[in-house]
Structures are given as C-alpha cells and as structure tokens.
Write a protein that binds this ligand. Structure first.
Ligand code: NDP
Length: 334
C-alpha cells in the first residue's frame, strides 16, 4: 500500500541515537508489529522512551526501529481484523511497541489488532497520550493498593518521583478518591505548589528517603506507597510502611537495586506489589482504562502536559533522563 511521505524518528542500531527521517510510504516502516495500520496523531514521551531515543538504556531489542511506546490515532486499514474498521480512533500502550517493534514516533504504525483499544468514551487521542504508559501505570498501582485494602481511611499514601509522569498522575488519581497523599520530590521549591494543585496534602524532600537508617525497621509512616524511584528509596519506604501496608513498585528512576531485608515482610506483613504495564493482560487493561475515564480530572490532566512536535523529542528525551521534565509530554504528530 502506498501512502504519502511521513516523518519518523529512527534508531539504526544499538550504538545510535534516534534521527529524524522521511519515509516514502508505510511499507518503508521497519520492524512492523502487525497488519493494523494506524495513522498516528499523538504519541508521548515516557522515561523509557528517553532511554530508547538517546541510546542510553539498551531498551530497544531489534533494529532499525521507530521508538515510542505509546501511540494514538485513526485506523487507516484494519487488515484481516474484525475488531476494528477504518476510521476508528484507537490507542496502544506497551506490548513491546517502540521496544521490539516500531512504535509511535512516526506518522504511521502497524501493530497487532489485539494490542489496540478503542479510545475510551470521554477521552480524546490527546488525553489518552497525556495519560499514556505513565498514567496507565499510575492507575495499575492505585488499583493494586486498593485490592490490598489500602483505602482512603487507611492513612497517608506516599508517592515518590512525584513531579514525573507516573508520580503526577498517581497523585491526581489518589486525591480524586480522597486519599491523604504525601508527595516526595527533589524539587520542592520549583514544584511544591504544582504538587499541591494535583492534590498532595504534604510534600517531603526525597533526601528523607535516600539513605539507609541503619535499622531494619523504622517508625511506621505509610499505609501505602506508589514508588517510581526504586533503590534506597524503595528500601526506606519498606522500612517505614505500616503493619499490613502495601507498596506498589513501578520504577527505577533512582536505581534498580533493592537494598532491603525481609523484616518488613515477615514482621509487619508488608506487601511489595509489582507493577508491569507492558505485558499487562487485556482484562486488567480494560479495568484500568475504564476506571481512568471515571477518575481522571481532565482539567488537571491538561495542566500537567506539555505538547511538543516530533522533532523536539530528542531534546526532551535528554531532559526526561536528567529528571527535568514535569508531568507529561504529549507528542503532536499532526
Ligand atoms: P519521569 O522522568 O517523568 O519521572 C521520574 C521522576 O523521578 C522525576 O520527575 C523525579 O521526580 C524523580 N527522579 C528522577 N531521578 C531521580 C533520582 N536519581 N533519584 C530519585 N528520584 C529521581 O518518568 P516516568 O514517570 O515516566 O517513569 C518513572 C519510572 O517508572 C521510570 O523508572 C520508568 O521506567 C518507570 N515506569 C515503569 C513502568 C512499568 O510498567 N512498571 C511504566 C512506566 C514507567 P522529582 O523531581 O519530583 O523528585
């Protein structure tokens, strides 16, 4: 099938950074994931995309490839699929898109129909990408805490990496359900007011959580936590979590290690909940996105995004890895 020329960010091999190129038609797209052809109108920038675009994180599995783990747009050709028809508005997050097969940083994408979902009622393609993998992960973490009986009256819930994508949306989702949200950030001066506007009732400096206390257990502070930082921060949270509290671990912005003991688990019954957005099964995706359309405050969401064109992605990728981005970046592909 022949289409007009379109722009794409392409990573040639594992030593390269992404370069902006023009592709002549959709057949020139490398590493296609399936036969559902989507005209991409919006994508987003996640921490993982920052690693992929700069070539720093070894997250790409196959080359050449178009990165971009999130995409939203319009079905141009449904191929063999009976799930969609041309003109449907759809989105994709995860499933290896933008890591193993080409993703959202191109005018078109070809993916497996089972990876795509209709854009939920009440949301637009832009909203879906404002949420993207980060927002979806924040919702998975929120649901997981709830499933483990961390409820609004259980006590304070800590959100780390608070000014980032996962953190910002987690604060907003928890606040919507009347949780008492404590935000941990390295940028209190610059982002304190912003974090309060999202619904945090208290802000702490991330340094409070960044060093070992020398004890296996500390005073109980948190009924629950959503942690995108990992490393010593996650270990500190585990030491400070209340009896039978739960900690949803979803990221490694501060490191991939976990220098903890088993004592929080065996003496306080603390639960460490793993959160994966990439291969998350369809039933749980449906649950999370349905709850998202109920809980997300679109005005708040619009305040936490910055919209950039495709050619600004390489610079923004450097910024996200440097921890300088606030909230979410939407990539406008039009
Ligand atoms: P962002 O870069 O938007 O946010 C990360 C935030 O973490 C920063 O804004 C900063 O917040 C804080 N931070 C950055 N560097 C450090 C550091 N060295 N030590 C402590 N805190 C730091 O990224 P995302 O929100 O997109 O992703 C957050 C993490 O979650 C990443 O590790 C990502 O890979 C992971 N992730 C995992 C998913 C999953 O499926 N499990 C899905 C999506 C993301 P502040 O300035 O407020 O301190």
């Amino acid at each position: 099938m022949s289409k007009n020329t379109f722009s794409a960010l392409l990573v040639e091999d594992k030593e390269s950074q992404a370069n902006l190129i023009e592709l002549e038609n959709v057949d020139a797209l490398p590493n296609q994931g399936g036969d559902l052809l989507i005209r991409v109108t919006h994508s987003s920038l996640n921490y993982k995309d920052g690693l992929a675009v700069t070539g720093k994180g070894k997250v790409l599995r196959s080359f050449p490839i178009v990165p971009g783990i999130d995409l939203a747009g319009v079905v141009e050709d449904a191929g063999e699929s009976t799930k969609f028809k041309a003109g449907d508005q759809v989105f994709v997050t995860g499933w290896g898109v933008g890591e193993q097969v080409s993703g959202g940083y191109a005018g078109f994408a070809k993916v497996k129909p089972e990876w795509a979902e209709l854009i939920p009622e009440g949301l637009s393609a832009m909203h879906c990408m404002a949420l993207g993998t980060a927002g979806f992960t924040a919702m998975l973490a929120t649901l997981s805490l709830e499933d483990h009986k961390v409820l609004p009256d259980s006590g304070p819930v800590l959100v780390t990496g608070a000014s980032g994508g996962v953190g910002s949306i987690a604060i907003s989702l928890l606040a919507k359900r009347q949780y008492n949200v404590v935000a941990s950030t390295g940028r209190i001066e610059e982002q304190g007011e912003y974090l309060k506007s999202l619904g945090a009732s208290e802000i702490i400096h991330r340094e409070e959580l960044s060093s070992p206390s020398g004890r296996p257990l500390d005073s109980e502070r948190w009924a629950g936590a959503i942690d995108s930082v990992g490393g010593e921060t996650l270990a500190s949270i585990l030491r400070q979590t209340q009896y039978r509290g739960s900690v949803a671990a979803c990221g490694l912005a501060g490191g991939a290690s976990l220098p903890s003991t088993v004592l929080p688990f065996i003496l306080r019954g603390v639960n460490l909940l793993g959160i994966d957005s990439v291969m998350c099964p369809s039933w749980l995706r449906k649950r999370a996105w349905s709850r998202m359309s109920e809980d997300i405050d679109l005005k708040t969401l619009e305040q936490l995004i910055q919209v950039i064109p495709l050619d600004a992605v390489p610079d923004a990728a450097q910024q996200i890895l440097a921890g300088k981005i606030r909230g979410r970046i939407v990539v406008d592909m039009s």
